[in-house]
Design a protein around this ligand. Sequence first.
Ligand code: F6R
Length: 366
Amino acid sequence: EKGGFDHFMLKEIYEQPRSIKDCMRGRIYPEEGKVQLGGIKEFAEKLKNIDRIIIVACGTSWHAGLVGEYLIEEYARIPVEVEYASEFRYRNPIITEKDVVIAISQSGETADTMAAIEMAKERGATIFGICNVAGASIPRLSHAGVYTHAGPEIGVASTKAFTAQVTVLTLMAFYMAQQKGTITTSKLIELLTELDNIPEKIQQTLESNNIIKEVADKIKDSTNCLFLGRGSGFPVALEGALKLKEISYIHAEGYPAAEMKHGPIALIDEEMPVVFIATQNSSYEKVISNIQEVKARKGKVIAIVTQGDTEVKKMADYCIEIPDANEAFLPLLATIPLQLLSYHIAVMRGCNVDQPRNLAKSVTVE
Ligand code: F6R
């Protein structure tokens, strides 16, 4: 049942080239520069006139929401707010009929996320669900939605469901941009052609497994770890930290790299591993100066870099390469080595990776 893998988590990590392909199937038409999302088609007109989008979710799904915010604002130019469902439901949030609330949930049963959309629905918002489990409560409560089609996820730590959520949000951002006319067909052709090729690039990323295992061995005895990124690399850093803490029980924090000097930098000494998302995109130079700040304090730097990078390699203790890609697709690629890193560290520490202590696959109580 684990298909020859030692754990479900590892199997699910390796399934990602396929699960992302399944998620895109029948939804993207790269040659025509077109995205089709049958699940929200009825709302195509409405999407032209919405004032804002509120994304509600918990945990890893909330991290996917942060990536969604970045993509929807960039391409569809619609303001997005990303809320922890548990906080949102107990505020008295301002919601109108012109709002679209997107609930992201692998299980479709998370109590806080359900309660948040019930409240938003009562106040007149249109609810879209992004779920993995067909027919679950959240899809039933939603007006419309898009399934992630990642297949059953057994490992408690979410891996392939996360990348499928990010894929759906990418498709939604492009779909909304197409509806609103904030993107040209030629740009969409370019982006979709590249997106279509992402499963292949994830496959290449998985081939760094042995290098990642070596890095895992070097940092497995740490008691703390920092993950830093900027732009869409920031939610990737948050997700990397969450994966590490939940399965290896190492205390880890994700931070926007530039925020480091406002506090966390005090933690850095020769014992502290700092994982940077340092790929070649718009924040590359800025991340490089953040790496210098860590090295000046003797921190151990592990960097996720673009294939062929030379600058970061001069400074970092360990580098893990990922294929070059448009910034929009960076989270899909950069997440993969962080999943593997956590996995190997947890295995080396003798942890129960598929069923970490105190955690449940779906949190149906608040
Ligand atoms: C982390 C993890 C959790 C879930 C969270 C929300 O690996 O799995 O943080 O992401 O409990 O669950 P869903 O997506 O089912 O609503």
